[in-house]
Design a protein around this ligand. Sequence first.
Ligand SMILES: Cc1ncc(COP(=O)(O)O)c(C=O)c1O
Length: 373
Amino acid sequence: MTLFPNYHRAPVTFSSAKNATWFDDKNQSYSDLSSGIGVYNVGANNPKVVHALTQQAEKIWHIPNLYSNPLQEAVAQKIGGDTYTAYFANSGAESNEAAIKLARLATKKQTIISFSNSFHGRTYAAMAATGQDSIHAGLPMLSGFSYAIFNDINSVKALITEDVAAIMLELVQGEGGVVPAKPEFIQALVKLAHDNKILIIVDEVQTGMGRTGKKFAFENYDFEPDIFTSAKGLANGVPVGAMLAKNDLAPALAYGTHGSTFGGNPLAMAAAEATLDVLDELLPQLSTKIALFWEKLSEFNALNVVDDVRGLGMMAGIALNIPVNTVVTDLLNEHIIVLSAGNNTLRLLPPLTIPTDQLLKSLDKIKLYLSEK
Ligand SMILES: Cc1ncc(COP(=O)(O)O)c(C=O)c1O
């Protein structure tokens, strides 16, 4: 054995990709409605990102965080403007670790309230924040985490103590089954946090970078979190993560409190800067595609095997009453790449750049397949 058995790998080898089309080692094409689990938001091998990355590769790959880094400053400005201060990491989980650490250092309190069915990553604090027993199984957990019920404000109120540093959530639970937060829940949560001087951490690892139709999902809910994290689509496939916090929290992550060898690596920053530029051009025109996506998805409600269709922007969950893993495998055999999530939900995260006709044709194929079940 060469690799740990911690993943199930389908017997297909992808060797190249262009926008929403991937090619296997026999040069057969596949339509991608997954973005490689929410990563290729501006399309695989986006030419502007490839250009930025290859240009940077010719110049310098690695600069230790001992020296000034204008690339990091440029990306920080593009993500957080004048409101937020940035720290760069290498993944979503690592960004969430930084967010949890900052919230605790800034408030001098310990407890993080997170939610049932949330997902925040596999490192220790991110895993402890994740509200899924299956992810904790067999491992001792860190203290200082408590779990409320998503979209249930009373369950959050019941957990408020003097020791709560932050409430941490995804605005659309991704791995948990593509479940959007209700606007009235977020409104009540923001008020509750404000009244009790509790920070709000929004995990935008999956919902960010245009996925919900806005650069970050919190823009759909009309509030600014104290802290938010990004990764996945941030550099369109080059590993990177970011933790952004309101400027007044910045002093709490003082010299020596946190760090990373690779975080904010020049290759990742060049790719992130180009990705953010592409996104700025793309987002104003995305609403038509999103409307067509949801028009087509609404037809799925009539299918016998479909219990629910939900989501936001270019993030959709189709809850099924047949085993979703078989559906994912069968669709892969039909050369359509989709994902599962939560309890039997088919998850669709197409690249935002997918040609509309490709998107609609792929959805028609999925609909036909599901209608024959
Ligand atoms: C909402 C959310 N947070 C955190 C993570 C963890 O990110 P990573 O796998 O980059 O550590 C994920 C990954 O799926 C995620 O969806």
